[in-house]
Ligand binder design. Structure first.
Ligand SMILES: [Zn+2]
Ligand SMILES: [Zn+2]
Ligand SMILES: [Zn+2]
Ligand SMILES: [Zn+2]
Length: 259
């Protein structure tokens, strides 16, 4: 994420307030979505599905792999864009790319141990569920000042002008890293960020809107008898099926009621 920045004017530790942080969150959302769409496009290009000149001579296996990676990025972009003004356009792009990939490489399912593993990113992406971890936080700190967020002066939802660099705290106040390009001679407009350093996981559940937008299901296995019933024929191990969810016209996102 790229933050607004300016040469450092304030050398105290009372970081100057920089208004409501709402627009910072909105900008990072757009930034993150764009980043994944860019990665998706690069993969499609490497797979030879878009772009002129087909710059790399990739074998079929490798190209298929890149194309599927691209669909993963589209899916992540959709996860991030969920409920935002970008959702519909990202969804449409994912469907379009899914159909291209399906027509070029296929989307194969193999029956194994009387089950079918479903891992088509386009199919999975259409069912809007995710994973949520109920955690008990044991230790956390404010990324801007290092204190416990309950004791520090920084407030959620407010922006601050904060210098970069990791020299003072051991981590960079802007990105949390210790080897980055943020400068101590510049201030960046950032929101309060809380870093959890110790936590216990109480339970994991499937929810409609995971707190972390990208914690999603990467695949599931479906017993083959369920499919046999629908298709009305036996499917022994080794049977090869084609996923059509990524090929057929979209019937919309599925939003199970879970929460
Ligand atoms: Zn703080
Ligand atoms: Zn940094
Ligand atoms: Zn598929
Ligand atoms: Zn769709």
């Amino acid at each position: 994420v790229e933050y607004e920045s300016r040469p450092r004017a304030n050398f105290t530790h009372d970081f100057e307030q920089a208004g409501d942080a709402h627009d910072i969150f909105a900008a990072s959302l757009v930034w993150n979505v764009a980043e994944h769409l860019k990665l998706a496009r690069d993969e499609l290009q490497t797979a030879g599905l878009i772009g002129l000149g087909h710059p790399t001579k990739t074998g079929w296996m490798a190209a298929n792999h890149r194309a599927r990676m691209s669909l993963q990025h589209f899916r992540t972009a959709l996860d991030l864009a969920e409920d935002s003004h970008l959702e519909d356009s990202v969804h449409a792009l994912m469907d379009k790319a899914g159909a291209w990939v399906r027509r070029t490489f296929g989307c194969v399912l193999v029956v194994k141990n009387a089950c079918v593993e479903i891992n088509c990113p386009v199919k999975l992406g259409h069912t809007r569920i995710g994973i949520s971890a109920g955690i008990r936080v044991k230790k956390r700190h404010c990324q801007l000042c290092g204190l416990d967020p309950s004791e520090c002066p920084h407030m959620p939802g407010v922006g601050y002008w904060v210098p970069g660099g990791s020299e003072e705290l051991g981590w960079c106040r802007i990105c949390g890293g210790d080897d980055c390009t943020h400068l101590a001679t510049f201030e960046y407009r950032v929101p309060l960020m809380t870093v959890v350093t110790e936590a216990e996981i109480d339970e994991i559940s499937i929810v409609a809107k995971p707190a972390m937008k990208v914690t999603r299901i990467t695949g599931f296995t479906q017993p083959v008898d369920e499919i046999e019933e629908v298709l009305g024929r036996q499917m022994p191990d080794g049977t090869v099926l084609s996923c059509n969810s990524c090929l057929l016209p979209c019937e919309g996102l599925i939003r199970p009621e879970l929460d």
